[in-house]
Design a protein around this ligand. Structure first.
Ligand code: ADP
Length: 626
């Protein structure tokens, strides 16, 4: 096929632009990214060759070659891996296929990528990082089992060309025409330093070839630059913190060190090695839904999958790393591996290790744990639903705000909460809403605060589902303080009953006027506020209703109950007015205002703000004493 000129997709142009201009100080990572792609290509061919040995033929001498040519100013990274066909090149190198790209670009814009280059690193720039150091990139590739080769050329900017080419062996050669200011990457010492730092653990030999300014090739005394020892099979005692950190950064694209490293070998009936990392913060594309998750799966050092979702449940999808098993047979398909009983056993083991690591972090490094929880706590909470067997362990790991820990960086655990309960208390009180400060000051928690009883204040969108799923903790059930009847003490009950008589006619009158309400009643729930809205014990809470609507669900509004505080001077004033003149139009006006303030207190929006303003204005114009 003749030469084709192609345009990049619009999003890719933007990504390239950001890469070239924002990642300058981190540009050395390009070598790691290209070597990692070369290594993946070899991994993939090795895997395919298990079923189709003819793909490798007699060239199973896996290698990655780095060639630095000072005469032409080029750096080439070559592998004898799987290679790419014309279509594959077009698909892989012409677009960024991930559906999260648009969101990602939006976030970058908002957060100013230039000041925070690590943001883009979290997205994994991969191949395109080549353009940080090169003004032209050529990819020459020949797919395994094919005779034809293809050349892809791009000089940054708008597009690229694809043309037929010749190549003597299988694999891919990526040639970078280095920019003037990136010539340092042709120096032997610099290349060695980078490979040692970023790619030492790559399982295939990375060799070096040099051409000097005059076109001569000096003999190199030690051409192989990496230790080639898969880090996860090396004993812990041999490894330093830095080894782990660099490996983590290479597999995760994170610019920061991990929060925790879990490295162990399972022995006995189940044998495998695991090297897992808990990241310090959430990658940008974490919630886009299409980010690949799960550690890489190796069987006896051969990579089977770069991300095996079945190795860990969804709620631990933030964990990165590698698992290498010797119990799984090498000659099975990826699909069969995923369904094997061995994998399920490995998963169980990894979950238990990860949860105990988190528990240890919480006990021994609480501040570090809080940081971690802020990033991944909401994901962990999904486990309460997903992982019935470990529900209690997960619940132990959760942190909550409460009426006694009502600042952003203050938390209590369920265990701490229980420790403050009296023997006879059977319930854990909670209130869900959007804003911590609003919850802490809400009418629903007034009496609890006055009695010194703690209420958990839950502000994450997933909290209500999580509490529903958890249902109970160590024999205590959860009780929403904005649902059902408030419990009154003996004296409060007596006072309520007395007031009931005084108020009954007024309550009936208000119910008639506010006819969307299920009931208007007095309650012992309130201390300083005049009114609040509650739902039945079975009703859907206001917070849940708002969330379902945000998600586009058509939910009917649960019938609300308006509760009034008979001890409040404003409520008493309404009663006085009513008793003096039942026809005074201000009685209804007051009733509606109490309803309005209760709507605001529950965190909902007033349906008719103009009518609300009008009510206030009428009262200002005609004050009660007039
Ligand atoms: P990622 O590696 O995260 O998928 P990249 O942008 O680095 O993203 O690469 C895009 C794709 O191009 C890869 O998924 C792979 O299919 C292909 N590719 C890149 N480099 C090579 C290579 N050396 N050999 C074969 N395929 C490659």
């Amino acid at each position: 096929m003749a030469e084709e000129k192609k345009e990049f997709k619009a999003e890719l142009k933007q990504v390239m632009d950001i890469i070239i201009h924002s990642l300058y100080s981190h540009r050395e990572i390009f070598l790691r990214e290209l070597i990692s792609n070369a290594c993946d290509a070899v991994d993939r061919l090795r895997f395919d060759a298990i079923q189709q040995p003819e793909l490798t033929g007699d060239d199973a001498d896996w290698s990655i070659r780095v060639m630095a040519d000072k005469q032409h100013g080029t750096l080439t990274i070559a592998d004898n891996g799987k290679g790419m066909t014309r279509e594959e090149m077009d698909d892989n190198l012409g677009t960024i296929a991930r559906s999260g790209t648009k969101n990602f670009l939006q976030q970058l814009k908002e957060q100013n990528a230039k000041e925070r280059p690590e943001l883009i690193g979290q997205f994994g720039v991969g191949f395109y990082s080549a353009f940080m150091v090169a003004d032209q990139v050529t990819v020459l590739s020949r797919a395994a089992g094919q005779e034809a080769a293809v050349r892809w050329t791009c000089s940054g900017g708008e597009g690229y060309t694809l043309e037929d080419a010749e190549k003597s062996g299988r694999g891919t050669e990526i040639t970078l025409h280095l920019r003037e200011d990136a010539k340092e990457f042709l120096d032997e010492w610099r290349i060695r330093e980078l490979i040692k730092k970023y790619s030492d653990f790559v399982a295939y030999p990375i060799s070096l070839e040099l051409v000097d300014e005059k076109g001569d090739s000096p003999a190199i005394t030690n051409p192989v630059m990496n230790a080639m020892k898969a880090i996860w099979i090396r004993p812990k005692s041999e490894l330093k913190e830095d080894d782990y950190n660099e490996f983590y950064k290479a597999i995760s694209h994170d610019f920061q060190n991990p929060a925790r490293v879990i490295h162990y070998a399972a022995e006995g009936t189940l044998e495998f090695k695991a090297l897992l990392f808990l990241p310090g913060r959430r990658p940008l594309d974490f919630f886009f839904g299409d980010a690949k998750t799960g550690p890489a799966l190796y069987i006896q050092r051969v990579q089977i999958m770069d991300h095996c979702e079945k190795l860990l449940p969804r709620y631990l999808r933030f964990v990165k790393g590698v698992v290498d098993s010797s119990d799984l047979p090498l000659n099975v398909s990826r699909e069969m591996v995923q369904h094997s009983a061995v994998l399920a056993k490995i998963q169980k083991n990894l979950v238990s290790k990860t949860l105990s690591e988190l528990a240890e972090m919480k006990t021994k490094n609480y501040d570090e744990y809080v940081k971690f929880f802020k990033e991944f706590g909401d994901v962990l909470k999904e486990g309460v639903h997903e992982d019935y067997a470990n529900r209690e362990k997960i619940a132990d790991l959760l942190l909550f705000h409460s009426t006694t820990a009502d600042k952003q960086d203050q938390y209590v655990t369920l265990e701490q909460y229980l420790s403050t309960l009296s023997e006879d208390r059977k319930e854990i009180y909670y209130l869900c809403g959007e804003h911590l400060a609003a919850l802490a000051a809400s009418p629903y928690v007034e009496t609890f605060k006055a009695k010194g009883e703690e209420v958990l204040l839950l502000t994450s969108p997933v909290d209500e589902w999580m509490i529903d799923a958890l249902h109970e903790y160590k024999g205590k059930t959860f009780k929403a303080v904005d649902r059902g009847e408030a419990q009154a003490g003996e004296e409060e009950q007596k006072a309520l009953e007395q007031n009931q008589e005084l108020f009954s006619s007024l309550l009936q009158f208000l119910k008639g006027k506010l006819d969307t309400l299920k009931e208007v009643r007095l309650s012992a729930r309130l201390k300083n506020s005049a009114a609040c809205l509650v739902v039945d014990e079975q009703g859907m809470s206001a917070q849940m209703e708002r969330m379902m609507r945000k998600m586009g669900q058509d939910v009917p509004t649960a019938e609300r109950i308006l509760e009034l505080n008979p001890e409040h001077p404003a409520v008493k004033a309404m009663l006085d007015l009513y008793e003096k003149d039942r026809k005074d139009e201000r009685v209804e006006l007051y009733g509606r205002l109490f309803y309005d303030e209760a709507v605001i207190a529950e965190g909902s929006r007033l349906e008719d703000p103009a009518a609300f303003a009008e009510r206030i204005n009428r009262l200002i114009a005609q004050p009660p004493t007039a």
